[in-house]
Design a protein around this ligand. Structure first.
Ligand code: IMP
Length: 451
């Protein structure tokens, strides 16, 4: 059977914790999209591991697969494997031969294009994700399988690299270096190919065989629904499909196989966002990110709430320390996510962050052109015109959440349960797990689909 984990907001919903929670019972953990843009921290025993590409399950002794829908930077892959080896771990990581390779020129171009886009910039991670998917769609990409075949690798490089060099130099006026040189790239990537020998798989066939042998497979989505290239707030999106359809296309398993399993939507109990663009349920604002933000014109109560949630939830960039924008839960966004991926269960995280507030609100609907709507409009510009129609819940007290986790769902304060039950009703899926703290044990497990 398969269990697919999908982010239902803008990424950073705490998917890693859910992967961890259910991961013990699985044999194989597969990433089906994205690349080393998905920073995740894995706590295992006394040790903390920071990874951006390797699936977290690999640290826990599961087979970790980078599916064909991923874009793989071999440099990051081997850096992470070497760092784990130094700490005594030898994870079993397989890489789909159909996955595309992030080349050094992709990273360079990601940076150049972001700078050139100004107002339209998505605030990318500059890891070359978008340019690599562009080349995949443009049929000029280099795949993992090509690294194993030196003649094909050279042929592909000879075709694509002069184009990339011309783009950088002639369109963007940037000087190029060995990252745009066929000979140098050929040598480096042929060596990566040698190192990849024995690690590569025909992903769909490999997974189908494992399932036939009775293994449990987890499909781990990175990022979230609202930054999905098809279903997200274009152009402020990533270049892949974090939604459950991506799990089929990006792994080589059919929709009937994925649909026969469970699809768990991960929801953070409030909303956070990095970067610019609309956010109808935003509280307060962050200078340089919230469009048209004027601290003097924002009610003090909203600013205080925003600061409280930001601090309690640790909503600051892990690398930059930059404050993230925060807001109430956007329920139209969640309805959109539940429909797009067909959630069979929900994991709601960070419920403890809202504890102690006298009232908790959600954006239940939007008001647009004088009409009420329950789901997101298809364009980001129209989304920016939506006004949130708020619904108020009575707050819940701060309690000993570790105790709650140990006792189970019934120990969750009543008003918080009302909040969860509202979500179940609106999204048409039961709550399987509730995150009430950062620790591995601080989760209330209602249902384990693998048991
Ligand atoms: P890219 O994936 O680097 O191309 O970035 C495109 C957009 O997706 C940017 O707005 C990033 O901030 C966002 N993004 C990419 N990966 C993540 C993630 O793991 N969590 C949250 N946002 C992400």
């Amino acid at each position: 059977m398969t269990v697919t984990i999908v982010g239902s907001q803008l990424g950073d919903e705490g998917k890693g914790g859910v992967v961890d929670l259910y991961g013990d019972a699985v044999d194989v953990v597969v990433r089906y999209q994205g690349g080393d843009n998905a920073g995740h921290t894995v706590v295992h025993g006394e040790e903390t591991y920071k990874l951006s590409l390797i699936p977290s399950g690999a640290v826990r002794g599961k087979v970790g697969v980078l599916g064909n829908g991923c874009v793989v930077n071999p440099e990051t892959l081997f850096e992470e494997l070497d760092a784990l080896a130094e700490r005594g771990l030898d994870p079993d990581v397989r890489v789909a031969e159909r996955a595309h390779v992030i080349m050094p020129y992709h990273r360079v171009l990601d940076g150049i294009e972001e700078d050139a886009k100004e107002g339209l910039a998505a605030g990318t991670t500059k890891r070359g994700i978008g340019p690599t998917y562009e080349d995949k769609a443009g049929r000029r990409g280099i795949r993992i399988g090509d690294l194993l075949d030196p003649d094909t690798l050279r042929e592909r490089l000879e075709y694509v690299v002069p184009q990339k060099r011309a783009l950088a130099e002639e369109v963007f006026g940037v000087e190029t270096d060995e990252r745009f040189d066929v000979g140098s790239l050929y040598e480096t990537y042929r060596e990566y190919g040698e190192r990849l020998e024995g690690m590569t798989v025909d992903c769909g066939t490999y997974l189908a065989d494992r399932i036939d042998d009775g293994d449990e497979v987890m499909l781990e989505g990175a990022q979230g629904t609202s930054i999905d290239i098809d279903h997200g707030i274009y152009p402020y999106v990533t270049s892949s499909n974090p939604t459950a359809g991506g799990a089929c296309v990006g792994s080589g398993l059919g929709p009937t196989v994925v649909g026969d399993g469970e699809v768990i939507g991960v929801v953070k109990a409030y909303l956070s966002r990095v970067g610019t663009g609309p956010l109808p349920t935003e509280l307060g604002g962050v200078k340089g990110q919230t469009p048209g933000y004027d601290p003097a014109g924002t009610p003090a109560e909203q600013e205080e709430l925003a600061t409280y949630i930001r601090d309690e939830g640790g909503e600051y960039g892990t690398v930059t320390g930059r404050p993230r924008r925060v807001g109430w839960l956007d329920v139209p966004m969640l309805r959109h996510a539940a429909r797009t991926s067909g959630f069979t269960g929900l994991a709601v995280n960070h419920l403890d962050v809202l504890a102690g507030l006298p009232e908790v609100r959600v954006g239940h609907a939007y008001e647009l052109d004088g009409e009420r709507r329950l789901t997101m409009p298809p364009t980001t510009e129209r989304w920016g015109e939506c006004e949130a129609v708020l619904r108020t819940f009575e707050g819940w007290p701060d309690v000993d959440w570790a105790e709650v986790a140990a006792e189970g769902y019934g120990a969750i304060p009543e008003n918080a349960r009302a909040y969860l039950e509202y979500l179940e009703e609106e999204l048409g899926a039961p709550v399987y797990a509730v995150g009430v703290g950062p620790g591995r044990d601080e989760t209330v497990v209602v249902e384990n689909p693998l048991e």
